[in-house]
Design a protein around this ligand. Sequence first.
Ligand SMILES: [Zn+2]
Length: 316
Amino acid sequence: MFLSSLVLAILGFGIFATGAVVGSFLNVCIYRIPWQKSMIWPSSHCPRCMTAIAPGDNIPILSWILLRGECRNCGARISARYPLVEALTGCLFLAAYLADVIYAPRDSWGQLPLIGLGATAYHALFLALLVAATFIDYDLMIIPDEVTVTGMFLGVALGAIWPGIRPDPSTASTSLAGLGVGVAGLLVSAGLTQAVRVSSSAVFRREAMGFGDVTLMGMIGAFLGWRAALIIFFVAPFFGLGHACWKLLKSIGKRLRGRQLSNADREIPYGPYLSMAAATVLLSWRWLWEGWARGLFGTLYVLFWWMLGAKVDEPF
Ligand SMILES: [Zn+2]
């Protein structure tokens, strides 16, 4: 065996560490993008005493633990969210590595897992964009174009450069076909979301989703193709159920105490749940597709043509 378990374990640790460093950068993005601030200048500083954070105190996850969550200069509390975002991103990168390399069928990449590592990088990039969208939406109920439009562009472009990178069966054999699959995924996902958004605001008389959710779904479709995006769109509400119930209980409590409900009581950000669904579907796609989605889309395909009067065989 060319690759021993030890090499694979070291690779896994390296990928987790890379994720933690990317998570550290995402913390900066989450904090600065909504305010149109520069990503690189000024360097990170304490929000209270404005002292620049020394490179030695800026090690992802570890520095926060060593400094016990306080600024070295003035002792101001530093939110536990910073190390948590770093750890989360590290874990997501590691999960992509597990799905794409460790638990992927070995014969698909031969001795050196270059294809698997390429897929890991592609998925890690996508997951990093989802983390940024999630926390910005959670904080401010917006998903900036800097995240989603950049993501759409990257998803379409990378799928054209490497047409085989998208999950089955959204792969293509030529760059032009890869470009087409990405654009189709983007348009179907964003179009569906916009249609649901417009019709639900007509029924409920208020905005159920923001346009940021439309562009986020566009990004998801560009990266994963329309089939995975469709499943993500329909399972996302289940991820938001807990948050919605909690909001509802809080609103009932407020009403019982005779207080007015504000707009914030009625709204939950949807981007985090689209993102959670996207990460879950992406990481389990190999099994989801083989075990269930292949049959579902095959049946839908036959049904679609049957309604148009044509008799066809299942495509996959
Ligand atoms: Zn300070």
